[in-house]
Design a protein around this ligand. Structure first.
Ligand SMILES: [Zn+2]
Length: 465
């Protein structure tokens, strides 16, 4: 009887112990998998390595009650789900493929005299299919202007039927035609264009052009920089060794690939110790950092610097025979045929020839200012013509009393000859009042950036020495 009792008493204790053991296992199940889940989270990408911890937790899983540890395993099941996903992707597409007709693509290069019909023919499509494509509004127009060398991608289904095409319209836009059931659809896909600001600075040691090239600027950017400062600096005659420039320009990327250079956003030019600045505003115009228009009534030089003999030559020999007497103009030595621009807008008051001046043009800009251009090879304007600033009025020559080809340029203020390179002219218009605050903010940001980038560059150069 007592034995029965002790056995009876023991039973709950055994039960207790079993429960205790079970709890311990459950507790362990709580800890171990969550640790593994934590660890595997970092290596989720390497799917194979997560397999090992999974086998480790098989043991506690075998002991778990249906509900208990599940929450503890949630981390793990999430991981299992994600690995399911990756397998799903590969397995999912496979059974799907036979359901839809398989598509193949081929690229065709447009040949000389090619039409869409000829290309479709090469691809094995019917005349009917060409016709349907040309009936599309946008595509119909574009395929009429296929350029030799262009590439067109044609898509074919498993029955050999036309299923679509892709045609690159530009570095950014692609025209897409796709067939859905029996209907054709057309649309364009645009790559996203992103912008990056690029900084460049250089000191001029031989000439402006070489300094620009050495700094990594393109010819177009060098000319743009000269144009921006062309009202303040005579790039043909006034550049000296030690002059320097710094600029920030915009670079455009499509899908991370370089697309093209954008605008110069801000620049600084130091010419013979004098500092000039330019900031591009939202109106597309350039203003000095204080907000004065870069455009002025007169260009500093009527000749683009790129035509003028390249290296510094501040004391040119005067090309007029035996002439040492007072010279009332500025001479630009360049090749015959170099275009000569009107320094400012105005009216042609003389376009003629005589034995001293050769072919010459006089332009009256207003009651105060007149400019004169002598020894031209050809004149391109007639008396009475109105000319715009920068308009070509003739070409450089060696007509009249000269020994060599050059332009003799005179600048007359109220009837008095003045040096166009040093004459003080009225200040340019300031930016509109309502734009002032926004411009100042932009200007300060960009000029501060130029300054800090310059410091970085100087430091780098010092370290390199
Ligand atoms: Zn002269």
């Amino acid at each position: 009887m007592g034995k029965v009792i002790t056995l009876f008493n023991l039973l709950p204790r055994l039960h207790q112990a079993l429960i205790g053991l079970l709890l311990l296992i459950i507790f362990a199940a709580f800890l171990i998998p969550s640790e593994d889940a934590e660890a595997s989270r970092h290596t989720e990408k390497t799917a194979v390595s997560t397999q090992a911890p999974q086998t480790d937790i098989q043991l506690p899983l075998a002991f778990r009650t249906p509900d208990g540890p599940q929450s503890a395993l949630s981390g793990n099941s999430a991981e299992a789900r994600s690995s399911d996903n990756t397998t799903q992707e590969t397995t999912n597409t496979k059974p799907a493929e036979p359901a839809k007709p398989e598509l193949t693509e081929d690229s065709f290069t447009v040949r000389d005299g090619d039409t869409l019909a000829a290309i479709f023919n090469r691809a094995g499509f019917s005349a009917r299919e060409v016709y349907d494509v040309t009936q599309l509004k946008q595509t119909g127009k574009i395929v009429k202007k296929l350029m030799p060398g262009d590439s067109i991608t044609l898509i074919k289904d498993s029955d050999g039927k036309f299923a679509g095409l892709r045609y690159q319209l530009s570095k950014i836009d692609t025209l897409v035609v796709s067939r859905n059931e029996d209907k054709l659809h057309e649309y364009t896909v645009n790559k996203e264009v992103t912008h990056e600001e690029k900084f460049v600075t250089a000191e001029i040691t031989s000439n402006f052009w070489n300094a620009g090239v050495k700094a990594g600027l393109t010819p177009a950017q060098i000319m743009e920089l000269a144009t921006i400062f062309g009202w303040d600096v005579d790039f043909a005659l006034d550049i000296r060794e030690g002059d320097s420039f710094a600029l920030i320009y915009d670079e455009e990327y499509a899908d991370g690939n370089f697309l093209q250079n954008g605008n110069i956003l801000a620049a600084e030019f130091i010419n013979q110790g004098e500092r000039f600045t330019a900031v591009r505003y939202t109106d597309g115009q350039y203003y000095s950092e204080e907000g004065r228009s870069m455009r002025k009534a007169f260009l500093k030089s009527p000749v683009d610097f790129k035509y003028v003999s390249s290296n510094f030559n501040p004391r040119r020999l005067h090309p007029v025979t035996g002439q040492v007497k007072a010279h009332r103009g500025v001479d630009y030595v360049a090749a015959v045929g170099t275009p000569i621009k009107s320094a400012g807008a105005g009216r042609v008051i003389k376009s003629s020839y005589n034995k001293y001046n050769g072919n010459y043009v006089f332009i009256k800009h207003n009651d105060t200012y007149t400019t004169k251009y002598l020894h031209l090879n050809k004149r391109k304007v007639k008396q009475g013509d109105y000319v715009k600033q920068g308009q070509t009025i003739g070409t450089l020559g060696a007509t009249g009393r000269v020994t060599g080809a050059h332009l003799h340029y005179e600048f007359i203020v109220n009837g008095v000859h003045r040096n166009p390179r040093t004459v003080k002219l009225p200040k340019a218009d300031p930016i509109a009042k309502k734009e002032r605050a926004a411009f100042t903010k932009l200007s300060e940001t960009l000029m501060a950036k130029i300054e800090s980038e310059k410091q970085v560059q100087y430091a780098r150069e010092r370290n390199a020495q």
